[in-house]
Ligand binder design. Sequence first.
Ligand SMILES: [Zn+2]
Length: 224
Amino acid sequence: MTKPRPAPFLIADHPALDFLNTTASPWGKQIEWLSNGSDLLDWLECAGMINTETLRDLRSREDFDSLDEIAQQARELREWFRQFVSHHAGHRIVSSAITELESLNDLLARDVAFLQIEADGTHNNKVSELVCKKHRRWNQPQYLLQPLAEAICECVCNVDFALVRRCENPSCTLWFYDTTKSHIRRWCSMSVCGNRSKASAYRARTKQMLSGESATRKVLKKSD
Ligand SMILES: [Zn+2]
């Protein structure tokens, strides 16, 4: 049985980095959000990578157990991407990185996605616009890796890796894409690490002030 745990962190400002953050230890203890097939479906739903109808269908399948194997492959993909991000974060990616991306390209080549034109929304009971939407045939459990591979592909090609960084809390492993205007983001989130860091800096300052005061008192005592 899966242990109780918080909802997944979707704080990275990019789905591929959110995927990287599906294992983390924000409070010192390692949390795994992709420990089995059911977890993988839950996370894909949470991240908006799969629709409810497809999920219902996948959960009712007789070969549901094979999803655990796919979750294992998703964790392997995640750890491969962690190495890639750790290597390139802080710098713009250059074309020579293509030599590291062969396995990702192999995975992308397995996709079975197709486009459909759909009516999106209504206005005064009239269709307001037509939109192009991507769909997948989910008839094989391994296709669950495709939206993850696609998010990584988009991240590698379109994200400025100079702005990809890890939370400044040394014990935190969460990654994010700094999309703030002045590029000053420091924490995964204020509630998880920002406030904690502020509190420990405040404690350190208070301690320093108090030790300064007692040193002054000692000096004054000596000169009495
Ligand atoms: Zn953090």
